[in-house]
Design a protein around this ligand. Structure first.
Ligand SMILES: Cc1ncc(COP(=O)(O)O)c(C=O)c1O
Length: 399
């Protein structure tokens, strides 16, 4: 049967042991204390339901106005969001998409021929592998290293660029997740300067994923790549995290960089967007109201993230086996745990024995075992009980 299908779609679709263990646990009707929650619409946040629904019922949505970059009113609202971050973005330099994933695929299509390479951070978000497969692009990992905080390992980045070139592979761009999921680390100003130098020497673009940009635990606003003009830069973001509205399917690409390159990139991206015209009218008309929603959602989520972090810290302070890694922002935290086997085995036993669900670090390509990933947007009571059961379990197994 596999003779019918393209090699790019020849994934191993048998569920992994973790997924099977979770399905069996649920089938048996057993309790799950889910510390992996990442769907903001089901964790008890308060949305302005009526305003959102009214915004989706605008009469203008009955008229079809095909606009490849997306409706101007929606792009102006997004430009307004950047103005509040201190970044001047013209609505002309913005392209709306239905998700950050779609934005990635447009940019990969724009930059890469089949087999070309993109440099992606490790550890990071596992969806990249599928996005790259679907666009016939090869992902080459460069490392982030942890030393009282995460940083880009520039030696690793330079080595992989040289290695790929040596193997006759064209590298097209460096992916930066800002802040990264799940390490919660932002690129620092000096790192952006270094990235710009490397990109200039190697003719690389930057693709910056800023879906978690606003969720900084610091007091100063974080820099956004939408102000980066030294390198051809594609800044990706959307409403799924900013406003906690993943179901509305609104994201975007901001293009910045040297003028001539930027203009050419935009002309070509517009053709890609025009080929699909994937945004629908009702949602585009609602973008200004949906963006406004971020104020209340951000406030609630930051409160919850801080509350869960403080609970985690107080429970961790009472034991010595597990520590959390420093984070600067985002929705996740990484816990360092004793290595008694693979992270996947630990996550599965934890689920079977205690009902607590966490993600094993290897889902995110951590270089070694001993890492579990927790969602900080989990409802606080579940978080508190889950952490307590998890630490007791680790103490029993490793103590
Ligand atoms: C780093 C990162 N980028 C992008 C996305 C997906 O965003 P979207 O819903 O806009 O496709 C996620 C989802 O968790 C993410 O963690």
């Amino acid at each position: 049967m596999s003779g019918f299908f393209a090699r790019r779609a020849s994934w191993n679709l048998t569920p992994n042991r973790y997924t099977e263990a979770l399905a069996a646990h649920r089938r048996a009707g057993r309790e799950v204390l889910d510390l992996t929650a990442s769907n903001p619409t089901t964790i008890g946040l308060r949305y302005r339901d009526e305003e959102l629904l009214r915004a989706l019922a605008r009469r203008e949505a009955l008229i079809y106005q095909p606009e490849p970059k997306g409706l101007l009113s929606a792009r102006e609202a997004v430009a307004g969001y950047y103005a509040e971050q201190g970044s001047r973005v013209s609505p002309d330099d913005l392209i709306l998409t239905t998700s950050t994933s779609e934005a990635y695929s447009f940019v990969f299509r724009l930059l890469c021929d089949p087999g070309d390479a993109l440099l992606a951070p490790a550890p990071s978000y596992p969806l990249f592998d599928f996005l790259a497969d679907l666009q016939d692009v090869k992902l080459v990992p460069y490392e982030l290293v942890y030393d009282h905080g995460w940083q880009i390992d520039f030696h690793s980045l330079r080595t992989v660029i040289e290695g790929a070139r040596g193997a006759g592979q064209d590298c097209r761009a460096v992916l930066v997740v800002h802040p990264n999921n799940p390490t919660g680390s932002y690129a620092k100003e000096r790192e952006v300067e270094e990235l710009n130098r490397i990109c200039a020497v190697n003719e690389l673009a930057i693709i910056a994923d800023e879906v978690f940009l606003d969720y900084s635990l610091g007091t100063e606003p974080q820099l956004t790549f939408s102000s980066n003009r030294d390198t051809l830069t594609f800044t990706l973001s959307g409403l799924s995290k900013i406003s906690g509205l993943p179901q509305m399917k609104v994201a975007w690409i901001v293009v910045t960089g040297p003028e001539a390159l930027k203009a050419e990139a935009l002309r070509r991206l517009e053709v890609i967007a025009d080929t699909y015209l994937s945004m629908n009218a009702a949602v585009q008309w609602a973008v200004p109201v949906m963006l406004e929603e971020r104020r209340g959602i951000h406030r609630q989520l930051m409160y919850r993230i801080r509350e869960n972090l403080s609970e985690l810290d107080s429970q961790l302070a009472a034991q010595k086996l597990c520590q959390r890694l420093e984070i600067e922002g985002g929705w996740y935290d990484v816990l360092r745990v004793p290595v008694t086997g693979s992270d996947e085995d630990l996550a599965i036993s934890l689920l079977r024995e205690t009902g607590v669900l966490v993600q094993p670090g290897h889902f995110y390509d951590f270089p070694a075992d001993g890492h579990l990933v927790l969602s900080l947007i989990t409802e606080p009571q579940i978080f508190q009980d889950g952490i307590s059961r998890m630490l007791q379990f680790v103490a029993t197994v490793c103590g």
